[in-house]
Ligand binder design. Structure first.
Ligand code: ADP
Ligand code: ZN
Ligand code: ZN
Length: 730
């Protein structure tokens, strides 16, 4: 028997299937998806590999065929059906076999993370004469009362004894030992989350999803319409039918509520899977799923690859979020993976959102997805009123503060009524731009083409590479003292709140205040308990938080996202405003949202104000079509970078000419080569070539191969990175 092996080596040159002979002694154990050790290369160094294929014969002649050395992990880390998906990922996202395989396996398995065990004690035969005395009697009784749960040191310290009498008892057979697996996952108890009586819309949604012949659904439900309850009912249905479910959330550490609710409903036997877990925790969760011990997993995008064997349902909550696309290789989008899984397992996929991505909504028109609407808030509450404030008029009226008159008054009103307030500003730090008023010098990162942000700590920090330097009072260029700080970040907003509302209690939630483990949850819980009046923060606070006492949401500047150089800027702004607005006036209290902007006439803000998704969609889709942007095309972006700018420019131009020549006959639009919008990050200069057109999965792989062929001789001089429909073109 012969095995096709994928070698555990990142090099793109080794991205192929190597043939090995399966030795006699391994024949009965060998399986696809196992981790094996093989001799590799001229030196026959032992390396890890994955069994990818198994065949009785080989057609092509292989000289000096080597043998697999041994099986390192007997469990199948991936199965035959996973291989279909691995092939799809390799092809559509231009990844290597190894990169695709790594999505499926528990991280740490190669570096030797193992199930954790402990040696626990049991009582065995009764104590005999010589030992029928203290301390043996006490030890014996204590072990009997805690049979199979405690290890030696725990017993010794509980009884305030040394370990030696315990060892004596083991030696003479009064106590026995056994190895038990230690679970590294969270076994905390959660408050019960009562099952709700579904309203009519929710009932229709659940029944439609279960009974429809279709498998892909877009659940378009306004904020507060009870989408989670729909998900829960579906999970329950599939559980009863012995099928498993995966619930995906954009970022699990930012959605404690989802875990709270599901654990509160279905008990603690739910796998939680995301990148903030340790390798050990992830290993345990992975095996719990593999062994069929859980029927439900909640996680960030990587959870879609958990080894369920009987998948019934995949939910992608807030499906429009950009975190569902991976920005490291393989650069997959979780929606596409779900579609393939649905096809292979005929499971249901539910994409949920109040503000679907333009692409997904488009797919409800061409029949790919079935559209299901939840048009009303569960509690009958109306959506909060959104008011747009023209900040140009504030200036004209001599108001230079960050708060418009109306926002200022509304905040005071809520503070007086003891209601809570959320203020949103999508920029961290204090001042976002520091420059000299005399000569115009701008403080920039030495490694990146980005201006430095001033932080309260007195540092100037680069938000791209983390570079930091002490801020200075004198201009490094002209030595003048006219160094000025411009732009406002969350730290400054916090200061301004303290200045204008000195009596309010404020919490700030952004990257800087949530870096420590659990700090997010602490802020979240403090605010939930009503121990603060105002929560201010970046997009972290826009996610699905449900605080019943929040009646006012303020968006300090809507222009930040509107002005991003990205074809999705309008869509993203609409989504962001609707999302933050959804934080106000849940339950019975009427909520209000104030959005400050310098461009109140922009269609995305106008439609957001009226919660008019359909008009936004109709406007956007016309523009997408006219500009030949997704969903009408795919964008393949070829990113070139090098520390040496001259070399990069020369090579980029050379490659550009070759690509235009190569793709002359295809109906593609080729843009560039040109410097990327951020022309330098982490000392690397960046250029870009964009190929736009109707690029199917099949063609994507073909294009990639042709591009790699064209550039293989410059590969060593510059770095090349190809992405399909990237999250941003910066
Ligand atoms: P969404 O995710 O659509 O914004 P949620 O799922 O958070 O909405 O639901 C909003 C609130 O309504 C939650 O507090 C939830 O417990 C409650 N809820 C949902 N469905 C029902 C129902 N059928 N009856 C009563 N309350 C419900
Ligand atoms: Zn100067
Ligand atoms: Zn930098």
């Amino acid at each position: 028997m012969f095995a096709g092996i994928i070698v555990n080596n990142e090099s793109i040159l080794l991205d192929k299937i190597f043939t090995y002979k399966v030795p006699e002694k391994l024949l009965k154990d060998i399986k696809i998806g196992q981790l094996v050790k093989i001799p590799f290369g001229k030196s026959n160094k032992l390396v890890f590999g994955f069994v990818y294929t198994l065949k009785d014969t080989i057609t092509t002649e292989v000289k000096n065929i080597k043998e697999i050395y041994y099986i390192s992990e007997k469990n199948q880390l991936f199965t035959l059906s996973d291989i279909k998906l691995i092939e799809y990922i390799k092809k559509s996202y231009l990844s290597t076999y190894l990169e695709a395989i790594k999505l499926f396996i528990p991280p740490g398995i190669i570096t030797g993370v193992k199930a954790k065990t402990k040696i626990v004690l049991y009582t065995s035969k009764a104590l005999e004469d010589k030992y029928s005395k203290e301390p043996y009697i006490t030890i014996y009784n204590f072990v009997r009362d805690n049979n199979g749960t405690l290890i030696k040191s725990e017993i010794a310290s509980s009884l305030n004894l040394s370990i030696s009498p315990i060892n004596t008892m083991i030696k003479h057979g009064f106590l026995s030992t056994s190895s038990e697996e230690v679970t590294r996952y969270n076994v905390r108890e959660y408050d019960v989350y009562e099952k709700k009586q579904l309203n009519e819309e929710q009932l229709i949604a659940v029944n439609e999803i279960i009974n429809s012949k279709k498998n892909m659904f877009l659940l378009n439900g306004i904020t507060g319409s009870g989408k989670t309850e729909v998900y829960m009912n579906l999970v329950e249905h599939y559980m009863k039918n012995n099928k498993s479910s995966i619930i995906l959330v954009p970022e699990i550490s930012l959605t404690p509520q989802m875990v709270e609710r599901f654990k509160g409903r279905f008990g603690k036997d739910i796998a939680i899977f995301h990148s903030k877990l340790s390798d050990g925790e992830r290993y345990d969760e992975w095996f719990r799923v593999k062994q069929g011990k859980v029927k439900l997993a909640i996680g960030a995008r990587s959870a879609i690859f958990l080894p369920f064997s009987d998948l019934g349902l995949i939910v992608i909550d807030e499906e429009h979020e950009s975190s569902y696309k991976s920005d490291s290789d393989p650069k997959y989008h979780v929606r596409d993976i779900a579609k393939v899984l649905s096809y292979n397992n005929s499971c249901k996929v539910v994409l949920g959102s109040a503000t679907p991505s333009i692409e997904s909504f488009y797919h409800t028109y061409n029949g790919e997805y079935q559209l299901i609407n939840l048009k009303n808030r569960v509690d009958g509450a109306t959506l909060p009123l959104i008011t747009l404030i023209d900040m140009r008029e504030e200036l004209a009226n001599n108001n230079r503060s960050v708060f418009s008159k109306e926002l200022f008054e509304e905040i005071n009103l809520r503070l007086a009524k003891k209601e809570q307030i959320i203020l949103f500003l999508n920029r961290r730090g204090f001042s976002t731009f520091v420059s000299c008023r005399k000569c115009g010098y701008v403080f920039k990162c030495p490694n990146c083409d980005i201006s430095l942000t001033y932080h309260n700590s007195g540092n100037l920090i680069c938000h791209y590479c983390g570079h930091r330097e002490r801020s200075v009072n004198a201009c490094p260029s002209c030595k003048s003292k006219y160094v000025k700080y411009f732009g406002i970040g969350t730290e400054k907003l916090e200061n301004e709140i303290k200045r204008y509302f000195p009596k309010s209690k404020t919490l700030r939630m952004d990257f800087d205040t949530t870096r420590k483990k659990n700090s997010y949850e602490e802020i979240y819980n403090t605010f939930k308990k009503g121990e603060a009046d105002i929560l201010l923060g970046t997009q972290m606070i826009a996610k699905g938080l449900d605080f019943p006492n929040v009646t006012l949401v303020g968006v300090i500047s809507a222009d930040l996202s509107l002005n991003l150089p990205d074809y999705r800027a309008a869509e993203r702004t609409y989504q962001l405003i609707t999302q933050v607005a959804g934080r106000a006036g849940r339950r019975k209290k009427l909520g209000k949202v104030i959005v400050q902007t310098y461009t109140p006439q922009h269609y995305s803000l106008q439609y957001a104000k009226n919660y008019d998704y359909l008009s936004l969609y109709n406007e956007e889709i016309k523009i997408r079509e006219a500009m030949n942007n997704p969903p009408f095309s795919r964008i393949l972006s070829i990113n070139l970078s090098s520390e040496n700018e001259r070399v990069l420019i020369n090579k980029a131009n050379e490659i550009g000419i070759k690509i235009k020549e190569e793709f002359k006959k295809d109906e593609f639009q080729i843009l560039g080569p040109s410097p990327s919008i951020i022309s330098k990050i982490k000392k690397m200069f960046r250029w870009q070539i964009i190929i736009k057109g109707i690029i199917t999965d099949e063609r994507a792989a073909d294009i990639k191969n042709r591009v790699y062929d064209l550039i293989k001789d410059v590969y060593s001089d510059i770095r090349i990175n190809i992405d399909i429909n990237p999250n941003s073109l910066l």
